[in-house]
Design a protein around this ligand. Structure first.
Ligand code: SF4
Ligand code: SF4
Length: 472
């Protein structure tokens, strides 16, 4: 029985409800009066239900699709302006006892080189990341109680936060580790993590069990209920995601939105972020062997509809996607991107890192962070290294209520300009710096509040003189 408030996986992600949703979407995909009503509701910027969004996903009418794209762009601009938050993944260890058939780190893959960073190696990675200009990391580690116990993750977080190299600092560590206990989530919260991220991979239970033949991750309910335990452990910023290509995309899309609705219904706070990875080539993994791959147009439509359905949720895209795809979905709703990423364990301070056989997936966008920052600015975006909210205690429902009232805009815009200024002063190439300085000068005038503009202007001058870490 479908119940978004239930804490049981099979009730808040009800298979029957998804099947009924898909049937409803097929029945109504040419029902233009209904589609008009759904678009009118979406235009109010308060989101859509999984059923409503699924009808739009099924609709193939080109005029409607154009409207969906235009609306996604508008909502994106209304809520996020032209800011794009930057981050980098940091792979701590690729030891893993799970058998996920789509991931090269699965236990049976002898072709992958296994590595686990020592605290000294983490230090070197973090210094390399700081020297690129990163302030926000996403920690990644396989599931292995022997090699990667929670104590190792906690110690690593402490190491990362403690490193101060030149003007560098990692100010927010998001964590993407296997589903764990309430007690461990509590420890992660105490360690000062930002968002806890866990991809569902697929919401389809039967496929999930086939794709995870061995290891603790095989337990669908334990994995699907992880965010509930994280909430119980005090982590109120959680990040969802599915791996598109494993199951039919319409099924995953409905499941993903139902998961978001569940968090909202049960805890009063929806997901902080949604990631949209697609299955990619890697050591021993051929994406062609998964029959549910989605083309770029479908991928763009999914991104646009997520933006419309959950306007307050940040959307993340990684360097799995190439420059052209990233450029397209940035317009449609993506609000966070990685840059200069290495998906190998220890890849940030070694040459030719993708060739050592320890990568989780091949990186499609190989540009440096400086190149990505410049490219974003040339497209009219403001790259932001802001991490202010979690450091100001603006998490969970507090964050969401600021988002919903629109007040968060008064923080994001000046924070983006100030953190970009820090980046330009400390790390940018002369060409990037010149473009950035012009952008900041133009954008400062766009801050509507006179007092905020004055304070931001004063802070920008202080940054030029060497001060750091101002925030609203
Ligand atoms: S997806 Fe995660 S849990 Fe599965 S094999 Fe890869 S690292 Fe391990
Ligand atoms: S002010 Fe908060 S919501 Fe805005 S960019 Fe910074 S951390 Fe994100």
């Amino acid at each position: 029985m479908y119940n978004p408030k239930s804490q049981k996986a099979e009730e808040f992600i009800s298979h029957e409800e998804i099947l009924q949703t898909l049937a409803y979407a097929q029945e109504n995909k040419e029902n233009l009066p209904l589609i008009r009503d759904i678009l009118d509701k979406a235009r109010k910027g308060k989101g859509l239900s999984h059923r409503e969004a699924s009808v739009l996903l099924a609709c193939e009418n080109q005029d409607v699709i154009r409207e969906i794209y235009a609306l996604a762009e508008k909502i994106k601009t209304d809520y996020y302006g032209s800011r794009i938050v930057m981050f980098a993944p940091l792979y701590l260890s690729n030891y893993c006892i799970n058998g996920c058939v789509y991931c090269p780190y699965h236990r049976g893959n002898s072709g992958v080189v296994r590595k686990k960073l020592t605290q000294e190696e983490i230090r070197r990675q973090v210094i390399a990341l700081q020297d690129m200009g990163h302030k926000r990391l996403a920690l990644e580690a396989g599931e292995d109680p022997l090699h990667n116990p929670i104590e190792y993750i906690l110690e690593s977080i402490q190491t990362i936060y403690s490193i101060q190299h030149k003007n560098g600092a990692i100010r927010r560590v998001n964590v993407n580790i296997a589903a764990t206990t309430v007690e461990n989530y509590r420890k992660l919260k105490e360690a000062g993590i930002g968002t806890y991220i866990l991809f569902q991979e697929t919401y389809h239970k039967e496929s999930y069990e086939q794709l995870h033949p061995t290891g603790p991750k095989r337990d669908y309910a334990y994995h699907t209920e992880a965010m509930d335990r994280a909430m119980e452990g005090g982590i109120d910023d959680v990040g969802l995601g599915v791996l598109f290509g494993l199951e039919r995309y319409a099924y995953e899309f409905a499941g993903l939105l139902m998961h978001a609705e569940h968090l909202e219904a049960a805890y009063g706070v929806g997901p902080h972020t949604i990631s949209v990875p697609r299955i990619k080539r890697a050591e021993g993994i051929d994406p062609e062997s998964f029959s549910n791959g989605i083309d770029d147009d479908t991928f763009a439509k999914i991104c646009a509809l997520i933006r419309i359905a959950v306007p307050y949720t940040g959307m993340i895209i990684s360097t799995r996607e190439n420059k052209a795809v990233r450029e397209r979905v940035l317009r449609l709703g993506v609000s966070q991107i990685s840059g200069g990423s290495r998906t190998t364990v220890g890849g940030y301070d070694t040459p030719l890192p993708e060739e050592d056989g320890s990568a989780q997936f091949d990186v499609s966008d190989q540009r440096t962070l400086d190149e990505v920052v410049r490219w974003l600015m040339e497209l009219g975006y403001i790259p932001s290294f802001c991490t202010a909210c979690y450091r100001e205690g603006r998490t969970g429902d507090r964050f969401m209520s600021l988002c919903k009232s629109g007040q968060i805009q008064n923080c994001c815009h000046p924070n983006a300009l100030m953190t970009l200024k820090e980046y330009l002063e400390d790390y940018a190439s002369p060409e990037t710096k010149a473009i950035g300085e012009r952008l900041i000068a133009e954008q400062l005038d766009e801050i509507p509040s006179e007092s905020v503009r004055a304070v931001a202007g004063a802070h920008l001058q202080k940054i030029e003189k060497g001060s750091r870490d101002f925030r609203f």
